[in-house]
Ligand binder design. Structure first.
Ligand SMILES: Cc1cc2nc3c(=O)[nH]c(=O)nc-3n(C[C@H](O)[C@H](O)[C@H](O)COP(=O)(O)OP(=O)(O)OC[C@H]3O[C@@H](n4cnc5c(N)ncnc54)[C@H](O)[C@@H]3O)c2cc1C
Length: 388
């Protein structure tokens, strides 16, 4: 199933495919059996290789030493990395284009560019106990003579156990923008940050999602991203990118699931014949291929629309469509793959079992499927089908 990608995209796709197949996939079972962890030297090798391959600088403008790849090239990379379970493909950090629009030169040097070289690692602290789909932030940032004093609690802070700083969203308590949100860089070693709980989740990742408490954490004014009141004005470009890349990874996961389930069905003998010759199994594979094809077309077309510079509002809806469709299709495909593998598909050593747990969250984070549907329906109501 080949899309009509140009040579540049194909080269990026091939680089990422080789990295996934040769380096990451062989480590999956070891990670699964060890709480997501690999030996430190292996994790370090993966990180260094990813950086050398250019994956950490894909979205960085050239004037900052990055590769400034087209969106379609980046989607081609993330699709291949999506073939891998246990989040082993998250072995590197990536500065994103929005950061270069939003951050001061000092912030770029101190926080953003060190992501590209692997010297620093970030995590995102937005969600709270009362704030998920509805972003009603209760964590406060009070301006004092020394800086902002931050108080509150954040939930689901992915990778906080590996990161050395946070992007933190808080509500301003004073000044002309009191009541509106602002985003800050917060160093994890700041006094007053406390890990209140590290819940266990369905997947087996080395990236944990702890709950963090902030007790009078002092954050320098220079760490505020943008002006007071800018709040989450950057969040839309961030959502667009993350939603598109989730869709890309779901396409990669779905492709691997179909390939592995097909290979198994071709060798497994059941009821006097090969599984692949049973029409009920053929139907599951046919539905999966059809859905994957649709998901890839939607996702790559949305990427190309970015590269053509289409209207940002239309891109926003397109990224929601891609995430909604690809994440739901990949989940159905994972479930069918488990079914085709039978009892073996329920074993943690089988990638279908792992994907069936891991892909589930793609329908929840970065906006649950219902939220994506609302984005799409609102775009339809405002601009009509042709305007989307
Ligand atoms: C593993 C994991 C990692 C995460 N990592 C991070 C992170 O790094 N940083 C961070 O800030 N957050 C993170 N999150 C939080 C994630 O973004 C939220 O879980 C998500 O936005 C949904 O919010 P919620 O869980 O509060 O669900 P709620 O907002 O309570 O929604 C519950 C359900 O209600 C439905 N729903 C919601 N709104 C509507 C609506 N308007 N109409 C109809 N139905 C609706 C949806 O089905 C939704 O799943 C993570 C979550 C998980 C599970």
């Amino acid at each position: 199933m080949k899309l009509n990608l140009d040579n540049t995209a194909l080269q990026w796709q091939e680089k990422a495919r080789r990295f996934a197949e040769d380096e990451l996939i062989p480590c999956e079972i070891e990670a699964e059996m060890n709480g997501g962890r690999l030996p430190a030297e292996v994790s370090k090798r993966h990180k260094m290789m990813a950086i050398e391959l250019g994956f950490s600088s894909m979205d960085v403008p050239r004037e900052h030493g990055g590769l400034q790849l087209r969106t379609v090239d980046q989607v081609a990379v993330w699709e291949q990395l999506g073939h891998v379970t246990n989040a082993l493909c998250w072995c590197f950090s990536e500065p994103h284009q929005w950061m270069f629009e939003a951050c001061s030169e000092q912030q770029l040097q101190r926080y953003v560019l060190p992501l590209m070289s692997g010297e620093r690692k970030e995590c995102y602290a937005i969600t709270e106990a009362e704030s998920g789909s509805d972003v009603v932030i209760n964590t406060t940032a009070e301006l004092t003579d020394e800086g902002y004093l931050v108080n509150g609690e954040k939930w689901f802070v992915t990778s906080a156990n590996l990161a050395d700083y946070l992007f933190l969203q808080a509500k301003l308590t004073s000044g002309p923008h009191a009541g509106s949100d602002a985003m800050f860089f917060v160093d994890q070693n700041s006094a007053g940050i406390e890990q209140s709980r590290v819940p266990l989740f369905s997947h087996t990742f080395d990236h944990h999602h702890p709950e963090l408490r902030f007790n009078n954490v002092l954050v320098p004014v220079a760490n505020r991203i943008g002006d007071e009141g800018d709040g989450m004005s950057f969040s839309h470009s961030w959502f667009r990118r993350e939603r598109l890349m989730i869709a890309a990874r779901d396409c990669g996961a779905a492709a691997r699931l179909i390939e592995e389930a097909t290979a198994w069905a071709k060798q497994r003998e059941v009821d006097g014949g090969k599984l692949i010759d049973k029409q009920l199994v053929q139907a599951m594979l046919a539905d999966s291929v059809t859905e994957l094809w649709a998901a890839r077309l939607i996702t790559f077309e949305a990427a190309e629309a970015h590269d053509r510079g289409e209207d940002v509002k239309s891109l926003h809806a397109r990224c929601s469509i891609a995430k909604l469709y690809a994440s739901e299709a990949a989940y159905r495909i994972a479930d069918r793959a488990v079914q085709i593998f039978g009892g073996r598909g329920y074993m943690r050593e089988n990638c279908a079992e792992r994907f069936s747990r891991e892909i589930r969250v793609d329908r929840i984070w970065e906006g649950a499927s219902e939220v994506q549907r609302l984005v799409i329906a609102r775009a339809l109501a405002k601009r009509g089908l042709d305007g989307m």
